[in-house]
Design a protein around this ligand. Structure first.
Ligand SMILES: Nc1ncnc2c1ncn2[C@@H]1O[C@H](COP(=O)(O)OS(=O)(=O)O)[C@@H](OP(=O)(O)O)[C@H]1O
Length: 558
């Protein structure tokens, strides 16, 4: 059998690799295939053997020699055939490693227009292919944590707020550049700082693959995150949030200022939000940090994660309102890393990973920042990064959402006025103050309009917030379809925790123990006066109706 004909017959294995339900190659299969060496090399060696007859032609001068030659040729031919059969069989066992991306968008809904970030070279940190853009208090954390179960999803645990707050830092920062300027404080005697922009070049001949940090002039190589720790990324997320809030008080860029000045409504929202976050200027910086950080969830897994956080041992001279991301960053880890240096490496590595996570080609990278949905400048900016990005919005009855939002506000600032009083512009005229942030966010149709100016509806998927609680597997099934992922997250991943009153994960990412979301998710809501609730229902009814029309979905909010 001629050798050349065996190779094409081995190729169909590429098409007969693992497939999704609709017959396309699955991402898992594609990723596995990419990691394998192509089988062709072994066959190429045998091809050289195949040229033997021609080389021996001159030796066939006598009948005896001719017979010997014939025998030799027969033996070689048999040998070649065997090797070829072997190649054929290997070719079938190992799918072609072309790394096609067709499996990802199995439903063919994406990758139109500009090349998707998927196609941008081999970089291990890539810009996101999908974003959870909102809505705040809709169930965005639950959605993200559930999606992380999928082997083809790599999600950032924290909220980067890139498109609303940090846009001026540029896409490079968004993709990877987060920890170069973070300072770490461990214990007093281990105070160290990672120098600004001090990602050291690798030493010549160094075996390290990642960047090295300079800690007080000393090289520190971040370890690969060998410890898979569930608590840490969540914690880092919250820590980043704290930093982000501090950074939010920094002067805005000219562009941001202009946008805000042109939009008085937005200005008011911003002011509202700022005032909720405004840090009491009379308390000292260290107290502020302690109080803020105390509100973070304690680690749920005592063998891994954060034990506690220390205030700055060397507080910067600035007031907290002017703290920048670069000036913050204080952390103390424990377990599995008894040496302080190791602690630092461990944390710095994870902090570095707190921007875009490393992803294999073919994996979907995503992040969630619920504020994107209501930030006027965000759709244009996201569009400028990728026209084919997929957007997810978790929506929930705007009244429940507002109460959830308010419940969070009072948990942080207990002395804010009542929900009832903040709902109305003034107590006498009964007019809803829809510019009050918890109410404004619930004007979904209004916000959606801005997104539809940049993205077609087919690129936006709406997750039903209530059903995400009552039927998480059903909602996740639709989300996986939308993202072109194989349906891997199913019923068997969830159980209903009666104490919490919410679905929880049987086996979260990186752990074998059941896991519910932290105590800031699923809080007991404050009771609102029924009359106020009715007024809010009347107020939202036309807005909700318009939203149903725009999305073609009836969410059934009464
Ligand atoms: N499985 C599960 N566990 C816990 N909580 C769940 C879950 N699914 C949805 N939810 C609802 O998510 C609400 C919080 O929404 P977000 O995660 O979007 O909040 S945030 O914007 O990130 O602050 C949160 O709001 P509250 O109930 O007001 O705390 C929950 O109702």
């Amino acid at each position: 059998m001629p050798y050349e004909r065996l190779i094409p017959s081995a190729q169909p294995s590429a098409q007969t690799g693992p497939r999704g339900s609709d017959g396309s190659e699955t991402l898992r299969g594609a990723a596995r295939a990419r990691r394998r060496a192509p089988p062709v090399t072994r066959c190429e060696k045998s091809e050289q053997h195949g040229s033997v007859p021609g080389a021996l032609g001159g030796m066939a001068s006598s009948p005896g020699a001719r017979q010997e030659l014939l025998k030799l040729v027969m033996t070689l031919w048999l040998g070649v055939t065997c090797v070829s059969i072997l190649c054929f069989l290997l070719g079938r066992a190992e799918p072609e490693s072309s790394g096609t991306l067709t499996g990802r968008y199995a439903n063919g809904t994406a990758l139109k227009g500009r090349p998707s970030p998927l196609e941008e070279g081999d970089s291990s940190r890539r810009l996101p292919h999908a974003l959870i853009i909102g809505v705040k208090k809709g169930g965005t954390r639950a959605l993200l944590e559930f999606l992380r179960l999928h082997p083809d999803v790599r999600a950032l645990g924290s909220e980067p707020h890139f498109f609303d707050r940090h846009y001026a830092r540029g896409l490079t920062w968004y993709r990877s550049n987060s920890t170069q300027t973070l300072y770490f404080t461990l214990e007093k005697k281990f105070v160290g700082k990672v120098e600004q922009g001090a990602v050291a070049d690798a030493e010549p001949g160094s075996k390290t693959t990642g960047p090295e940090f300079l800690l007080d002039g000393e090289r520190v190589t971040p370890r690969a995150p060998s410890v898979s720790c569930r608590a840490l990324p969540l914690f880092i997320g919250t820590l980043t949030e704290v930093m982000v809030r501090a950074a939010d008080h920094l002067p805005r860029s000219q562009e941001q200022l202009e946008i805000l000045q042109k939009d008085p409504e937005h200005q008011k929202i911003q002011d509202e939000e700022q005032s909720q976050l405004t840090l009491n200027s009379t308390i000292s910086e260290s107290t502020w940090i302690q109080t803020t950080l105390k509100k973070l969830d304690p680690p749920e897994d005592p063998s891994c994660g954060i034990s506690y956080i220390l205030p700055f041992t060397n507080p910067p001279t600035t007031h907290p309102l002017s703290l920048s991301v670069e000036q913050m960053g204080l952390i103390r880890c424990f377990a599995g890393a008894p040496e302080p240096q190791q602690l630092l490496r461990w944390c710095s590595d994870d902090l570095r990973a707190s921007m875009m996570p490393k992803a294999l080609r073919g994996q979907i990278v995503m992040e969630k920042t619920p504020r994107y949905f209501v930030s006027p400048e965000t759709p244009a900016r996201i569009h400028a990064m990728s026209r084919s990005i997929k957007l997810l919005v978790v929506v929930r009855d705007p009244i429940t959402r507002a109460i959830s939002d308010y419940t969070q506000i009072i948990s942080k600032t207990p002395d804010v006025p009542s929900f009832e009083s903040l709902t109305f512009r003034n107590s006498s005229d009964g007019q809803i103050d829809f510019l009050w942030s918890p109410l404004y966010i619930g004007l979904y149709a209004r916000h959606l309009e801005r997104w539809l100016a940049y993205f077609p509806l087919s690129q936006i998927h709406f997750v039903h917030g209530e059903r995400l609680i009552s039927d998480p597997a059903g909602e996740l099934g639709r989300v996986q379809d939308f993202l072109g992922l194989q349906r891997i997250i199913t019923d068997k991943h969830f159980y209903f925790n009666k104490t919490k009153g919410f679905p929880c994960l049987k086996k979260p990412e990186g752990s074998s123990k059941p896991h519910c979301l932290g105590k800031t998710k699923g809080r007991t809501h404050v009771r609102i006066h029924p009359e106020v609730l009715q007024k809010l229902r009347d107020f939202y009814q036309p807005h909700n109706h318009r939203f149903y029309q725009m999305t073609g979905m009836d969410f059934g909010w009464q």
